[in-house]
Design a protein around this ligand. Sequence first.
Ligand code: CUA
Length: 248
Amino acid sequence: MWERYITAASTYAHRVDLLFILIALVVGFWLLAAEGMMFWLIFRFRARDGRPTQYITGEEPHLKRWISIPHYIIILCDIVILAGAISVWYQIKQTMPPANPESVVRVIGQQWAWSFQQPGPDGVLDTADDIRTVGELHVVVNNTYHFELLSRDVIHSFAVPAFRLKQDALPGRAIAGWFTPNRVGTYDIQCTQICGIGHAMMAGRIIVETPKDHAAWLLRNSSPAAVPQQAAAAPDETGATTMAEVRR
Ligand code: CUA
């Protein structure tokens, strides 16, 4: 329903959305109830001639109930929200669904760009035919990826809103995560952690494509001989630069 307005392009996007809706409904109900009650009381007990002001301490049991009963119900609502949040967190952050060995990508944040390293035709990362790109990541639809997130300098945050994916990148740590894109298209990559003057420019694109398109892209971007010094950066048809070598 809401996906018409907010693109969802990964298998766990709808789980995050459902959690947001649950929170909005529960919190929204209590917001309206509390505000409604407050305005009703203001109106009901407004100043009137000949009616003395009552000084209510709120200690009387029949008045105290107005606080304690909603209080218990709200604690119950908190538990519902917490259970939903823990369940979604567990599914996205604590579990690592299996992925093909070649479906790994190293994501590197630095001031101020995202660069990516993916296995080349040999399907193995950290070999001569690896494909390194800047600001652009190509993945296959309906395929689970494991990523390894690094930072070269300061704290960044790798975010793909359409995937509902967000993960901080910390210098000195390799953080593992996963995603399964399930919709062909081009989606934004953002940095969502203030990381210096160029933070706002630290954007990229993730291109989710069919296996056929991906194979063609792989072919276009791998040098036939897989020479260690790959051909110098050549702009592809999208105008983005595919860097042969990213300084590590
Ligand atoms: Cu990197 Cu903000």
